[in-house]
Write a protein that binds this ligand. Structure first.
Ligand code: X5A
Ligand code: ZN
Length: 525
């Protein structure tokens, strides 16, 4: 299993043929700089290198209208003047005689990457492409984008490989409104985008880029927008966004494939984004995504206009995909107030749709009486009395939630291990807490009275050890524990029951041992 790198030199052919200050940043050197840096770092050679193919017109038709595809095909034969005139029909777009070929290669590269990952040829991968895709719409080019590479890849993965749920993570600094429109009513594709927004005063200036755009009809809750209202967002802000918004929702969604609209204009030095995140941050973001979908992560280049920052960030993503450890993030790692406000506003907007966002002691937008336990809460009439009440409730809890996100000390990351057999002389790292004690005998016995199968001595000791570990976790002494037990499933069941009855939200217990029978937790959800 390897990391695929999909590329074709011919994608450097398209370039701006006239003066246009808005478009001149999207140039061929973006690709050559990134590829050269991958070569210098010895990274290209560690990847499975695949030459991009052109997407067929049928494949483009998965997302785009036949008329639009024909119009784009026609650009190959236009004069410079005609190309410039057609470009003027769209927002922030330029055409070149090679654009149609490049754009088909860009979409084809994304499809090849998906093929490689879904057939098992590769574990994960990156497609380095131009033109980018995430602004492109069914019948419109937009923001340097001609065909929506990632959206086409998502539909293709569903049609060709039978994948059901796909997560699209758009970490480009611009809102991929094209992807949002294509999937806005589709619950099979979860679209997450963060973007420079500045309360609507940044391109593409859309009301629907704000956090309250959550999708339409059956797709409600499957569009997740995180607008940044200030420039200068850095590593701590990006990590907080992943940890407090994207990952909870993504775990609950449980995707079978992760596609990344990997733009690097969200990195430090980029003239478009004006953000502060360092290239190392993208290694961490990539690593975090690899816990989803069995590691099936396909990243496709979008923006990124600072050649040095772009190339370094691309290297960091490829290193993380290859499994190299991520360099530490330096600095105090404290999110900015404005970032926390944005994070809290998305959490509030999405809370009705995702139980993983319900916070203990507060349900930001809806009280429990209006929010049914099923996935879809009953809709609240816009502007109605419930809506007004919810708004008031939101602002009331907002500041306390902000304080909690900001100030609440997280328990130390510390692991305890409890071994039932003293013979198991394991050499443990020094920072691991070795737990010799067992839980009070009455506690264990009380449970064992109800479960006769566990009253044999070894299982009984194991249960005591595990309960003791659990106490350590619930007290905040340690954050996780490992117990070796001869009856893993039964003890695991007790631990989970205990954890749930304590209202625990952060219990990670691994029981190593024979699975005598699968834990029966169906009744507890
Ligand atoms: C793919 C991408 C940005 C367009 C900016 C226009 N497009 N001002 O980053
Ligand atoms: Zn961008």
């Amino acid at each position: 299993m390897r990391t695929a790198l999909v590329y074709h030199e011919e994608m450097t052919a398209a370039r701006l043929l006239w003066d246009d200050p808005e478009c001149e940043i999207e140039r061929p050197e973006r690709l050559t700089a990134a590829v050269e840096r991958l070569q210098q770092g010895g990274l290209e050679q560690r990847c499975l290198q695949l030459a991009a193919r052109e997407a067929s017109e049928a494949e483009l038709g998965l997302v785009h209208s036949p008329e639009y595809v024909s119009l784009m095909r026609g650009t190959q034969a236009l004069s410079t003047e005609e190309l410039q005139a057609l470009s003027g029909q769209y927002d922030a777009v330029y055409f070149h005689p090679s654009t149609f070929h490049c754009a088909r290669l860009a979409a084809g590269a994304a499809l090849q990457l998906v093929d490689a990952v879904l057939t098992g040829t590769a574990h994960n991968g990156l497609a380095l492409v131009r033109p980018p895709g995430h602004h492109s719409q069914r019948a419109a080019a937009n923001g340097f984008c001609v065909f929506n590479n990632v959206a086409i890849a998502a539909r293709y993965a569903q049609k060709r490989h039978g994948v059901h749920r796909i997560l699209i993570v758009d970490w480009d600094v611009h809102h991929g409104q094209g992807i949002q429109y294509i999937f806005e009513d589709d619950p099979s594709v979860l679209y997450f985008s963060w973007h420079r927004y500045e309360h609507g005063r940044f391109w593409p200036y859309l009301r629907e880029s704000d956090a309250d755009a959550v999708g339409l009809g059956p797709g409600r809750g499957f569009t997740v927008n995180l607008p940044w209202n200030q420039v200068g967002m850095g590593n701590a802000d990006y990590m907080a966004a992943f940890l407090h918004v994207l990952l909870p929702v993504a775990f609950e969604f449980d995707p079978e494939l992760v596609l990344v609209s990997a733009g690097f204009d969200s990195a430090i030095g980029d003239p478009e984004g004006q953000m502060q995140a360092t290239p190392e941050c993208f290694a961490h973001l990539t690593q975090l995504l690899q816990v989803l979908a069995g590691g099936r992560v396909c990243a496709v280049l979008e923006g990124g206009y600072h050649l040095e920052s772009l190339s370094q960030s691309v290297c960091m993503v490829v290193k993380a995909l290859l499994g190299d450890p991520a360099p530490p993030l330096l600095g105090p790692m404290v999110p900015q107030h404005s970032a926390l406000e944005s994070i809290q506003s998305v959490r509030a907007a999405q809370a009705p749709h995702w139980t993983s966002l319900w916070q203990q002691g507060s349900t930001p937008t809806l009280s429990l009486s209006t929010c049914s336990p099923e996935r879809r809460p009953s809709p609240v009439s816009p502007g109605g009395p419930k809506c007004k009440a919810a708004e008031a409730q939101t602002s009331a809890v907002l500041s306390s939630l902000l304080d909690r996100l900001h100030l609440c000390a997280t328990p130390p990351v510390r692991t305890a291990i409890a071994l039932t057999a003293p013979a198991a002389a394991m050499v443990l790292p020094p920072d691991i807490l070795r737990q010799e004690e067992s839980a009070p005998r009455e506690e264990t016995q009380a449970w064992a009275r109800l479960h006769e199968a566990l009253t044999q001595d070894t299982a009984f000791t194991a249960l005591g050890k595990v309960l003791h570990l659990l106490n350590g976790i619930l007290d905040g002494q340690v954050s996780s524990g490992i117990a070796t037990t001869p009856a893993a499933a039964s003890t695991l069941e007790v631990v989970l029951r205990q954890g749930l009855s304590h209202g625990a939200q952060r219990v990670f217990c691994v029981a190593l041992g024979q699975l005598d029978r699968p834990p029966d937790l169906a009744n507890d959800g």
